[in-house]
Write a protein that binds this ligand. Sequence first.
Ligand SMILES: NC(=O)c1ccc[n+]([C@@H]2O[C@H](COP(=O)([O-])OP(=O)(O)OC[C@H]3O[C@@H](n4cnc5c(N)ncnc54)[C@H](OP(=O)(O)O)[C@@H]3O)[C@@H](O)[C@H]2O)c1
Length: 227
Amino acid sequence: MPTALITGASRGIGREVAKELAREGYTVLLGVRDPGAAPALRGARAEQVDVASPQSIGKLAARVPDLDLLVNNAGVYQAPRPEIWAVNVRGPLLLTRALLPKLNHGARVVMVTSGLGSLASQSVELSRRLRDPALKLDDILALCDEMPGGYGASKATLNAMARLFAEELRSRGILVNATDPGWVRTDMGGSGAPRSIAQGAASVLWACRLPPTGPTGGVFRDGVAAG
Ligand SMILES: NC(=O)c1ccc[n+]([C@@H]2O[C@H](COP(=O)([O-])OP(=O)(O)OC[C@H]3O[C@@H](n4cnc5c(N)ncnc54)[C@H](OP(=O)(O)O)[C@@H]3O)[C@@H](O)[C@H]2O)c1
């Protein structure tokens, strides 16, 4: 049975993605801060992780089994900049890096991004740096200390990270993409958002279900390339 780890699986889009994957037959590891509050899903078990804590990430990576799918979904929107960069960027980078030896050949890695992360909406300087062909994952770690912007900048940086991991993992048949769920009625999106949780989760699930010939290193919404 394939195994998937989803961060931020306690509620919102992450919980819905976890539910669908468990229904499809995955063994689902629910990456949650508080295992006591994890959703009860058949075929799933809670794994404690605070993605803002490198120590917590290290402990999780050491105890999980080999994975066929990693969904970096945990995110924060209205938070102080250090938390935004720690959760939305440094967490996915450190977790993905720590799990590299445990990703099976042909695995999928999905970064849950936002339309607010489009490069066109970022400062000229950040866009230039993220587009730089010499950009490395360590440069992204440095950006997490610099924090050049808020939520949108963090997601633009996450998109660049997806591209870099995609290049690194191409030879192992691992596809890495960023997917935007759209504006969704979760605690983050609020009750006025136009999309249901199921619609947002479907956009994320598209990248989880890609065939081996599918794209890698891209940014998508509902399976369509985005900026
Ligand atoms: N909703 C939207 O309109 C929208 C639009 C574009 C992109 N997104 C992206 O979609 C993803 C999911 O958003 P959502 O709307 O489902 O948000 P949500 O309902 O606010 O849920 C956020 C999830 O992230 C988890 N989380 C926050 N900080 C964490 C940390 N330090 N360590 C581990 N988990 C942490 C939360 O866990 P706790 O329960 O422990 O707090 C929760 O499970 C995010 O990456 C978000 O940026 C959402």
